[in-house]
Ligand binder design. Structure first.
Ligand SMILES: NC(=O)c1ccc[n+]([C@@H]2O[C@H](COP(=O)([O-])OP(=O)(O)OC[C@H]3O[C@@H](n4cnc5c(N)ncnc54)[C@H](OP(=O)(O)O)[C@@H]3O)[C@@H](O)[C@H]2O)c1
Length: 328
């Protein structure tokens, strides 16, 4: 079979023939249909992710560790539980038996590959308890996860949606998804702080933060009142770090701003089943749209180096699937 193989940390995966995997006791062979390439996968291959060690230690290795595929009986499933060097960017994978779950009817494999990103945006409810009518700020709204989050905030009944990003055209496109106010994180620090203050209104009830780094430092500055007041709480959910892995958090911000910090995983175990069902229903009905760019596994080297997919998720599809579609 063919797979995408990385020979060195920082390298580009190459389409190459490898031995087909054989299922042992308690394992099942899954015929792969779709694998989303996410920032975490790129960071592991680049060696910059905290969990990159086992991948680096097992080179040559196949990246990406979950996806969508078919069981021998034809059932379409999501799979996980892979460990290096055997990743998901392959025609077939061997998966521990408990690490598959059926994909709901009516969800195409390429869309199903992005379900986890959509479900993670539900943390504005599971982690922060978003209530209808509240104001939500999506920090880093122009990426794949952020564009889903804007739509989900709308579907959850947010009263006002504030979206931030650094690309003017991408930001503008968020109005059609439900954003009411747009803030650019480009510009001098004081200008960005002023923009957050101007957009604050009665306060940001919930922030879903995909950026961290400088934009979040500036947001926190904007939340600090300039007089003795009792600001309403801002429940900030930390979910990504596209703009940086750390921030400086001044003591007065915690003391005075009403800022409450949560991780996206808060309450996830209890809320996951409901969040999953809700997201699936929205996708089936067309209320939630997921933008994917499928590319064949044989073109993995080109696909991996694409930088033009802003807001669309790269999804790798084995050639037997793309060739089948072209024939039909
Ligand atoms: N914990 C979870 O469950 C979960 C789930 C999904 C995503 N995430 C995390 O959330 C983050 C976003 O994921 P994604 O899939 O949406 O990624 P993505 O599609 O690559 O989008 C990244 C976004 O960040 C913006 N960005 C990058 N660097 C920036 C900077 N220095 N200042 C301002 N904006 C910047 C990009 O803007 P441009 O388009 O202008 O480059 C883009 O809007 C990642 O850290 C990812 O790992 C976490």
């Amino acid at each position: 079979m063919y797979a995408a193989v990385v020979d060195q940390i920082g390298g580009t995966p190459q389409y190459r023939e490898v031995a087909a995997p054989v299922a042992g006791d308690g394992e099942v062979v899954v015929a792969v249909e779709a694998v989303a390439v996410e920032n975490v996968d790129r960071a592991i291959v680049a060696g910059t992710h905290f969990s990159a060690g086992p991948f680096a230690a097992s080179l040559p290795a196949v990246p990406c560790f979950d996806g969508i595929g078919r069981l021998p009986d034809g059932t379409l499933v999501g799979f996980g539980g892979l460990t290096p060097p055997r990743g998901a960017l392959a025609e077939y994978v061997v998966v521990p038996a408990g690490f598959t779950a059926p994909v709901p009817e009516g969800i195409p494999a390429t869309t199903a590959a992005v379900l986890t990103t959509a479900i993670s945006a539900m943390s504005m409810r599971t982690a922060a308890g978003l209530q209808p009518g509240e104001t939500v700020l999506i920090q880093g709204a122009t990426g794949v996860a952020g564009r889903l989050a804007v739509q989900i905030a709308k579907l959850l009944g947010a009263g006002r949606i504030v979206a931030t990003g650094r690309d003017a055209a991408a930001l503008d496109s968020l109005r059609a998804l439900g954003a009411d106010v747009l803030i650019t994180t480009e510009g001098a620090d004081d200008e960005v702080v002023d923009a957050y203050r101007a957009a604050r209104g009665d306060g940001f009830d919930v922030v879903l933060d995909y950026l961290w780094g400088r934009p979040t430092e500036l947001l926190v500055r904007a939340l600090v009142p300039d007089a003795f007041t009792f600001p309403s709480p801002t429940r900030l959910v930390q979910i990504g770090e596209s703009a940086g892995p750390g921030i400086t958090l001044p003591a007065d911000a915690i003391r005075t701003s009403g800022l409450e910090l949560y991780g996206a995983a808060r309450n996830l175990a209890a809320g996951m089943a409901t969040a999953y069902g809700q997201v699936v229903d929205w996708i089936r009905s067309g209320a939630l749209t997921v933008d994917v760019t499928p590319m064949p596994l044989s073109r993995i080297a080109d696909a991996w180096q694409r930088t033009d997919l802003r807001g669309s998720r790269l999804v790798i599809v084995p050639d037997r699937i793309t060739e089948g579609e072209n024939r039909s």
